[in-house]
Design a protein around this ligand. Structure first.
Ligand SMILES: [Zn+2]
Length: 255
């Protein structure tokens, strides 16, 4: 059971995590609870469901206001954007991919990963190193210009739509997707929806707490790299690489 659904268990885990976060104050080292990947994934799916409710309301309000939302199935313009995620979100995708029902998607990801990794080159490292907003913005634009499609995008559709990270859910372009893709300036016109923004921002605390509980002192990481690392942990280094290259895992995607 890689994703916990038991509401009582999830409530208990969320309570422990919340209590640890509330103790946080300058100079005090917070001791975060040990969280199992299945529980982390269950919690993140609850956060995603909350965010989706707000987003559905946003869509209804935008429609009622006569606004045209450019985002739709088949548009992958924002899937070339760099996607740094918290560890809880990456664990959620990895646990979901471990389900037997998603074996084909897991294999497609492994097969797509080496080209994605080659394509992004050193642009992910530059983004992870960026410290100021200006540095981050510049590194993100350079990343996007490479036009490397997310390794989870297949024929224009997201293969991990159900467990996709919060930032992918929140994305919304009004009128046009021209600013979203590799040639766009990234300044996307946005429909300001208070409940969606508040839900997203409030959830950031929980996502950050989960991140630090699962990966103490670790930086955010590209979704594809983090999921490859998490899934790869259960592959022996001498096994054939799941990407299908015919090489041993240690000589291929593990490095
Ligand atoms: Zn490989």
């Amino acid at each position: 059971m890689p994703i916990t659904e038991d509401p009582e268990r999830l409530a208990r885990v969320a309570g422990e995590l919340g209590a640890a976060v509330r103790e946080a104050r300058p100079g005090v080292r917070v001791r975060l609870p040990v969280i199992q990947p299945a529980d982390a994934a269950g919690l993140v799916m609850v956060l995603h469901a909350q965010l989706d409710e707000a987003i559905e309301e946003r869509s209804r309000e935008a429609a009622a206001d006569g606004l045209h939302i450019a985002c739709s199935a088949g548009c992958s313009s924002c899937c070339v954007s760099p996607l740094l995620v918290t560890e809880g979100e990456a664990v959620t995708v990895a646990e979901w991919l471990k389900l037997d029902a998603n074996k084909a998607i897991r294999q497609q990801f492994f097969a797509a990963y080496p080209a994605w990794k080659r394509g992004i080159g050193d642009s992910a490292a530059a983004l992870e190193r960026a410290r100021t907003d200006e540095e981050r913005r510049e590194a993100a634009m350079l990343f996007k210009r490479r036009a490397v499609m997310c390794a989870f995008n297949r024929d224009g559709l997201c293969t991990i739509y159900a467990p996709r990270p919060a930032r992918c859910r929140r994305a919304l372009a009004l009128d046009t997707n021209a600013a979203c893709g590799p040639d766009g300036d990234g300044v996307v016109k946005y429909f300001e929806h208070p409940r969606t923004e508040m839900t997203f921002e409030e959830q950031e605390t929980m996502r950050a707490a989960l991140h630090h509980a699962l990966k103490p002192n670790g930086d955010l990481e590209m979704l594809c790299s983090a999921v490859q690392r998490l899934l790869g942990a259960s592959i022996s280094r001498n096994e054939p690489c799941p990407c299908g290259s015919g090489q041993k895992y240690k000589k291929c995607c593990a490095v």
